[in-house]
Design a protein around this ligand. Sequence first.
Ligand SMILES: Cc1cc2nc3c(=O)[nH]c(=O)nc-3n(C[C@H](O)[C@H](O)[C@H](O)COP(=O)(O)OP(=O)(O)OC[C@H]3O[C@@H](n4cnc5c(N)ncnc54)[C@H](O)[C@@H]3O)c2cc1C
Length: 382
Amino acid sequence: MNIALPVIIVGGGLAGALAALCLVQQRPDVPILLLEADETFGGNHTWSFFDSDVPDAAKDLIAALNPVRWPRHTVRFPRRKRTFDFAYNAVTAADLDRLVRTRLPAGSWRTGAAVAAIHVDQVVLKSGECIRASGVIDARGPTGPMPGLELGWQKFVGIEFAARAGDAACATVMDADIPQIDGYRFVYVLPMAADRVLVEDTYYADGPELDINAVSDRVRTLADERGLLGKEVRREHGVLPILIGGDPDTFWPDDDPVARLGMRGGFFHATTGYSFGLALQNAVDLAQRNGPFDSASLAQWSRALFARHWQSMRFFRVLNRMLFHAAAPAERYRVFEHFYRLPFALVARFYGGVPTAADKLRILSGKPPVPVGAALGALLRR
Ligand SMILES: Cc1cc2nc3c(=O)[nH]c(=O)nc-3n(C[C@H](O)[C@H](O)[C@H](O)COP(=O)(O)OP(=O)(O)OC[C@H]3O[C@@H](n4cnc5c(N)ncnc54)[C@H](O)[C@@H]3O)c2cc1C
């Protein structure tokens, strides 16, 4: 009996789980094995995204994840407030976990399966068990420093309270009309259900240190000021990389024989640290590709995606230099306040990582919100 060896996806977080779900749906002929160290898939996350982050081929998949959807979203700064009739959505890790268990055939996933070593033709679990593979994909997420990359940080604590939002149809994606601490600070408010609201306190900071207790206290204060304080239902926190510069070949040498997906492969938006849209696009791309599924082909495919992604993030790296190097931490909010003068279609292309040449000119036009000399320095540095 000839049983084909599986493609092993190491890491059942966002990127690994979406890749597995797309493969099972579109390439049932390709056997897979999704290995997750924890007891559940997806960790402890609420992932938010715009409609424009979802490729047509993934619309059904996203619908099956039960997204919470807000028809409007709003931003607020000391001198600007705008509400956009453009939907914002969120899915939870609990729904991703449920969908993986429902859709992946028995035997094609394992939890509590921590991988100790990854090779092109097998993975070795911490238990010592070896599992042979036709191809291996590393989707272990952000497990350590990202070599070769110059980074700033977006860090936050979010607490979900049992409380009712005033306007349950509107997500607040940035309210920076609050005291600025540790860089650019804003509050994020998502009404997750009629009786639950997620309130997050977020910082664009130079360093990755996050004092979870201190920031949790600030979240409660922010919630109280907005009439949203209630029993704490759940909590999440994150420290996301913001890409300022660096050497892509040091981060990911092009002769690395193992494919990567998700944060492990640098697939995040340089200015937001978000990766939902890219994880989804890459999962669709993986399932739709014509090439073989051996390790060498997968490594080549994913490294080429990364090279394209790195190129597409060039403009964002320049903006990030302006944000982190030209603006004093307490003044960083002005960069976003200035940006949000622009039409929403442009804002959406920006967050989608696909601004046009005209968009880039418009973003950089007008009186810079930071000192001119420092802005020029940031623009001219490669
Ligand atoms: C709290 C939080 C909220 C976020 N919110 C958003 C958002 O709203 N929108 C957005 O676009 N981005 C968001 N992000 C950023 C980014 O999208 C997430 O970090 C996303 O989960 C990254 O996906 P990933 O698959 O690369 O890594 P992860 O989702 O972290 O998945 C990696 C998985 O690999 C597993 N793993 C690690 N090592 C091993 C091993 N040795 N063996 C087996 N398994 C292993 C981990 O347990 C984990 O489940 C958020 C991040 C955080 C932390």
